[in-house]
Design a protein around this ligand. Structure first.
Ligand SMILES: Cc1cc2nc3c(=O)[nH]c(=O)nc-3n(C[C@H](O)[C@H](O)[C@H](O)COP(=O)(O)OP(=O)(O)OC[C@H]3O[C@@H](n4cnc5c(N)ncnc54)[C@H](O)[C@@H]3O)c2cc1C
Length: 432
């Protein structure tokens, strides 16, 4: 395959890669250009990935958006005419003792954040409420990333205000959340269909394995599923995968691309399907329970299924549980679910089927978490573009993926326009 100057090569067919391709394909500036997207996997969507189990769609990755926070996602859902429904998990059931006073404690502490801009949230809480209650508060909030050393009080309050299960402990209690009836794969899949209709070419099973960025003649080397090499050494090159994947490519990331540093946390979701919705009798349908044990957040999806969702150390706890075998995993789930619901393990039935997914790098972010992070990164010599939700204020959200893809497309369009102006000037000079 030959790649010409008029070709734009995008690596990654997650939401950001497809949005980037589609934005370029729809632009006047790129009408005569060939736009190619190369994707390692044999599907689009990246971390927005749903599967069908027991006749129900389940989101192994991204699972909800807020109409108040995620305007670009909302707009795409409307434009693509995707069926959505309320994601109801904004009401806690079986509250822990601390849940009753948590909102007022947090409200009193929030004005003190500025004085502790560089402390961790856990240190900040410890100063005011003591170590034990600080730990209890983080437990009661259900997101263990809140105890990471780089999570400052400002970031922590942002997390609390922008997650459906715990927004009720902030003044953001009113945000409405939604999920797609067919799961969030539907969003990148429809965008993919649109991109195809606009002439974008997709190459699945193509892994980028080498970047020659430190040169004025940059190139990308990919290996496809048939072990054939594809070399891209002309045209615009846009990498639309997150920082951990950049680091693996030995391309001087981040130091040759960015003044920022990047981190990630693991996530784990487990789904359980039963022959009867036993939780309805417990009045748990469409409610979430925050557990003071490794199950952390336990959701009861109307009469369809039960799932739990954990991050950081507890995501790895569950990965390790699965590695010890299915029987061990399911026994652990049942015991901890019973503990979370304060019932005896014999009261809970066994699931008829189940599925789970551990994401090694579920959420990626810039450690400095600055609003001034450049919209896209460019290698200092070769100007290969890197974009990711991790570079946006909406890191860890599809909203960030859409913004990242749009930002990369804008960078390319600006370059194309500048080149057109230069070509016009050259032409005029030659014809004086
Ligand atoms: C468990 C979980 C829950 C989440 N929950 C939510 C939620 O509720 N709401 C929400 O809005 N967001 C959520 N997110 C985040 C959301 O999924 C992401 O922010 C978004 O999908 C990022 O899209 P992206 O295109 O930027 O990156 P990605 O989806 O990571 O896409 C990158 C693509 O690049 C490909 N790629 C990587 N390396 C290479 C290579 N070397 N060669 C070729 N291709 C490569 C990958 O295969 C992938 O397809 C969640 C994520 C996870 C994991």
């Amino acid at each position: 395959m030959t790649v010409r100057e008029n070709t734009i090569s995008i690596i990654g067919a997650g939401i950001s890669g497809i949005i980037c391709a589609l934005t370029l394909a729809k632009s006047n500036e790129c009408k005569k250009k060939t736009i190619r997207v190369y994707e390692h996997k044999n599907r689009v969507g990246g971390r927005a990935h749903a599967i069908k189990v027991n006749d129900h769609y389940v989101d192994l990755g991204a699972g909800r958006f807020s109409s108040g926070l995620h305007h670009n996602v909302k707009e795409q859902v409307k434009l693509l005419n995707l069926a959505y429904e309320k994601f109801p998990f904004t009401q806690l059931k079986r509250p822990q003792a601390l849940h009753k006073s948590l909102k007022s404690i947090l409200k009193n502490l929030k004005p003190l954040c500025d004085e502790h801009a560089h402390d961790s949230f856990e240190e900040f809480l410890t100063i005011y409420v003591g170590r034990n209650q600080a730990r209890e508060m983080i437990n009661a909030l259900g997101y263990d990333s809140l105890s990471l050393p780089n999570i400052t009080p400002h970031i922590a309050f942002d997390i609390i205000e922008k997650h459906p299960e715990i927004q009720g402990f902030s003044d953001n209690a009113g945000y409405e959340w939604f999920n797609l009836k067919e799961g969030f794969s539907a969003l990148p899949e429809r965008l993919y269909e649109q991109a195809l209709a606009h002439g974008v070419e997709f190459y699945f099973g193509h892994e980028l394995i080498e970047i020659e960025a430190d040169s004025s003649t940059p190139s990308l080397k990919l290996l496809n599923d048939n072990q054939q090499e594809v070399v891209i050494d002309e045209g615009e090159m846009i990498l639309t995968f997150p920082p951990t994947a950049m680091k693996k490519l030995n391309c001087g990331f981040p130091q040759d691309w960015s003044n920022y540093t990047y981190g990630s946390i693991p996530l784990f979701k487990g789904f359980l399907f039963y022959d009867t919705p036993w939780w309805q009798e417990m009045d748990l349908a469409d409610h979430v329970v925050i557990a003071n044990n490794p199950i952390r957040k336990l959701y009861f999806k109307d009469n369809r299924y039960v799932f739990f969702y954990t991050d950081s150390d507890y995501a790895n706890f569950w990965r390790d549980a699965t590695l010890k075998g299915e029987a061990h995993y399911l026994k652990t789930v049942k015991e901890l679910m019973a503990d979370a619901l304060k019932c005896h393990v014999s009261q809970l039935p066994d699931p008829i089927t189940h599925t789970y997914k551990h994401w090694v790098h579920g959420v990626e972010f810039s450690q400095e978490s600055s609003p001034n992070h450049p919209k896209t990164l460019e290698h200092k010599k070769s100007h290969i573009i890197s974009t990711s939700d991790a570079y946006t204020p909406h890191c860890g959200w599809m909203e960030g993926g859409i913004i990242a893809g749009t930002n990369a497309a804008k960078t390319v369009l600006e370059r194309v326009r500048q080149r057109q102006v230069l070509n016009q000037k050259d032409y005029e000079l030659a014809h004086v």
